[in-house]
Design a protein around this ligand. Sequence first.
Ligand code: NAG
Ligand code: CU
Length: 293
Amino acid sequence: MALITSLPRVLLGAVLATVQVRAHGIASALVVFPSASPTGTFYQGYNPSYQYANPPPTVVGWPTPKDLQNGFVSPSSYADPDIICHLSATPAGAEAPVDAGDTIEIRWTPWPASHKGPVIDYLANCNGPCESADKTRLKFFKISQVGLVDAASDVWGATQLTNNNNSWLVRIPTDIAPGNYVLRHEIIALHAAGQLNGAQNYPFCFSLAIASPGTSNPDGVLGTQLYKNTDPGIKFDLFTKHTSYDIPGPALYTGALSVVQSKAAAPKATAVGIKSYVASGPAPTLVKVPRPK
Ligand SMILES: *[C@@H]1O[C@H](CO)[C@@H](O)[C@H](O)[C@H]1NC(C)=O
Ligand SMILES: [Cu+2]
C-alpha cells in the first residue's frame, strides 16, 4: 500500500505513490523453464480470493488469505512471522517440480512503476515435505538480488520487473542438494522509505521440489532475522540523489546463478504440482490441468 507519511518532504514521490494507491501486486504464478529450453510449464500461485472457493484450489503458492488488500509487511514487523511469507501465510499444498539449473519466471499482477526498490530471492530447505513446514524454522539463503540497476535513469530491480510484463526470472543453483524448498520472492518498495519503517516488503513464497545432482546445504537465516528497520537499504530516501544502494539481507550465496531479466516466453503447458519430492521414492505424478483464466 502507498503509505505516505512524509508529504511535505517528498511531494513528487508522494503524488506519484498516491496516484497508484490501489495498484500494488501479488506474485500470482510461476512458469518453470528447464535449462536451455524456451518451453515452460505454468503453475498457478495463490490468490486471496481462493478462500471463498470450496474447496480452494491446491496451488504451489503459499496461501495468504488475509492479503485481500494486496498489502505489505512493514519494517516495524520484521521480527513477526508475517515477514517470512506475507500475512498469516501457511504452507502451499503442492510443490512445483524443478531441476537445478532451471529458470523460474515469477509472475506478478501489475506492479506500479512508482514502487521502486530491490527484488530479492531466497531458498530454504524444508528438510521434508514443505506442506508441513514450520515457516518460523526455515532458514533462507539468498540466490538472487537486484537493487539499483542504473542510477542515472533510476532503474531498479522492480523497474525491470514492471517493464518485463510484471515478471521476474531467477535460476535455481546447480550445486544444492535435492529436496523440497521454499522459494521466498520479494519486492521491497522504497517510495516511502526515507522515513523509519516506511519501506514496504512484499514477500511471497512458493514450494518447489528440486531435483539436483548437487550436495550443498547452504547456511541460511531465519525469515524473522533477515532485516532490521535501520538497515541502509531499508531506511533509504528514494527522492534524494543516490549513486549506490546496499541491498539488505544476508550475502548472496556463492553458488547463485545470474540471469538476464527479460520477458519470458509464453508457457506451453500447465500443471498443478506434486505433493513432495522424495529422492529415493517412485517418480511423482504431475497433475495436468487446463490453464487457469
Ligand atoms: C504478460 O503477463 C500476463 C499475465 O501474467 C500473461 O497473461 C501474458 O501472456 C503476458 N504477455 C506476454 C507477452 O508474455
Ligand atoms: Cu503502494
